[in-house]
Write a new protein. Structure first.
Length: 62
């Protein structure tokens, strides 16, 4: 991401047990599985989707 010009201080880990609140939107990473859930104690779930809440509407993005 740094090669694309993204400031490293703006990057956040996608923690599957945390909502992230920003102005007008909330985002929560959700564990995703192929055959099994791939879990790493340090990073938690390897594959995720996102639950987005905006204007009272929730949307899941896989």
């Amino acid at each position: 991401m740094i090669r694309l010009g993204v400031n490293p201080e703006q990057l956040l880990d996608a923690r599957t047990d945390e909502w992230r609140a920003m102005p007008d939107i909330r985002i929560k990473p959700i564990p995703a599985a192929h055959e099994l859930l791939d879990y790493d104690p340090a990073r938690r779930h390897r594959f995720i989707g996102y639950l987005l809440e905006l204007n009272g509407v929730k949307l899941y993005h896989a």
